[in-house]
Design a protein around this ligand. Structure first.
Ligand code: 3EB
Length: 320
C-alpha cells in the first residue's frame, strides 16, 4: 500500500535519566520510587513502576503527529504507525478476573483504534511468587486471566513479553501495537513455547512469544524476558553465572535465527533476584554485550522462584 511507505518509520526507544521534551514521545515508563494507575502527563501516557535497582525513564518515540486518550482504566497515545498503551490492576486477592477484564479492554482498544498488531508487552507483577487468597501463586493467577483474555480475543496473537516482579502494589503493564507493518512472532528451538508449558507450571500457561520481529525501514527484533529455561525446565537453580550463560544462549539463538548477533542487542534490561548478585551480573553483562549498548539493572523477583536472572532487549538494523 502506497500510504504505508509514506509513514515507514521504525519504532525507537531510549533510556533517559530525566524527562525530555514531549513532542514526539508516545509513551513513558518511569522505573523509580512510585507505582500506580498510569496518567497522561503533558499529553504523554506515563506508567510509574516502583522498582529496586536503577532508576530511569524508558521513552517510546513517535512521529510527532500524536493523539492520546483514555479507555476505561487504560491510557494511550498513537501516531499513524504505532500505539502505546498502559494500564494498572490494583493489588487484590485474586488477579484472574481483573486481569482478564483489563486485557479484554486492551484488546477492544486495539481493535477500535485499528492497531491490531500487538508486538510487545510488559507486565510488572507485585509479590509475583507469593500465594493469592486461594493459595495459587500470583504469577499463575495473573497468567490464568491473561490466557482467558487471549482465548476470548481469538484474533490477537501472543507477542514478545516480559512478566516480572515489581516493588509496587498492583500490576502495571504496557504494550506496543502497530497498524499494518509485517509482524512475526518467533519461538526458540531450545525452549518449549511458553503457551505449551505443561500444567505443572500453573492452570493456564503463560501467553507470550519468545520474540517478535517488526519490519520497517529496518528490522526490529524484540526479545522477550529470557531466563535459564531449557525445554520447559529451569536449569542451574542456585547458580547465577550458569543461569546467565543459559539465558544468553537462549537470546543468542533467537538473534542468530533472525540474522542478528548478540553485539546488536540494545535497550537491555537485566532483572536479578538478589541484590548481592549485582556485581556478578554486571560483570557478565560487560563481557557479553556491546560496550555501547544501554543496559539497566532491576532488582526484582522473577516469575519462577528458582530463577535468579532474566534478560530482555531489542536488536535493530539490517540483519545479515
Ligand atoms: C519463561 O517461561 C519465564 O509471563 O509474560 C519471560 C517472558 C517469562 C514473559 C510472561 C514470563 C513472561 O521463560 C519468564
Amino acid at each position: 500500500m502506497a500510504s504505508v511507505a509514506a509513514f515507514d518509520r521504525d519504532i525507537e526507544s531510549s533510556f533517559e535519566d530525566t524527562l525530555t521534551a514531549a513532542d514526539n514521545v508516545l509513551g513513558r515508563v518511569i522505573f523509580g520510587a512510585h507505582s500506580g494507575h498510569p496518567s497522561i502527563d503533558d499529553s504523554v501516557p506515563t506508567l510509574r513502576l516502583r522498582m529496586r535497582g536503577d532508576s530511569f525513564i524508558e521513552q517510546w518515540m513517535g512521529s510527532g503527529k500524536r493523539e492520546h486518550g483514555r479507555f476505561n482504566d487504560l491510557v494511550f497515545a498513537h501516531d499513524d504507525d504505532y500505539l502505546f498503551c498502559a494500564g494498572f490492576i490494583p493489588a487484590c486477592g485474586h488477579y484472574t478476573q481483573a486481569t482478564q477484564r483489563t486485557y479484554a479492554d486492551a484488546f477492544a482498544l486495539i481493535e477500535r483504534l485499528g492497531f491490531p498488531k500487538l508486538f510487545r508487552m510488559w507486565n510488572f507483577i507485585p509479590d509475583i511468587n507469593a500465594s493469592n487468597a486461594e493459595g495459587l501463586e500470583i504469577y499463575r493467577d495473573f497468567c490464568r486471566g491473561r490466557a482467558m483474555a487471549f482465548e476470548q480475543a481469538g484474533a490477537v496473537s501472543m507477542p514478545a513479553a516480559t512478566g516480572i516482579g515489581t516493588a509496587g502494589e498492583g500490576v502495571g503493564f504496557c504494550f506496543l501495537a502497530c497498524r499494518e507493518r509485517a509482524v512475526e512472532h518467533i519461538e526458540n528451538a531450545r525452549q518449549t513455547p511458553a503457551y505449551d508449558y505443561p500444567v505443572q507450571y500453573g492452570p493456564k500457561a503463560p501467553s507470550f512469544a519468545r520474540a517478535t520481529q517488526v519490519s520497517g525501514q529496518r528490522e526490529t527484533l524484540f526479545v522477550s524476558g529470557t531466563a535459564s529455561i531449557i525445554g520447559h525446565e529451569t536449569v542451574h537453580a542456585g547458580d547465577v553465572q550458569k543461569q546467565w550463560d543459559v539465558a544468553i544462549g537462549n537470546v543468542s539463538h533467537l538473534l542468530e535465527k533472525r540474522g542478528f548477533t548478540l553485539a546488536s542487542l540494545d535497550q537491555i534490561k537485566v532483572y536479578y533476584r538478589y541484590a548481592h548478585d549485582l556485581p556478578r551480573v554486571m560483570e557478565c553483562a560487560r563481557s557479553t554485550f556491546d560496550a555501547k549498548a544501554s543496559v539497566r539493572y532491576l532488582n526484582v523477583d522473577i516469575c519462577r522462584s528458582d530463577l535468579l536472572v532474566e534478560i530482555e532487549g531489542i536488536a535493530q538494523g539490517d540483519p545479515l
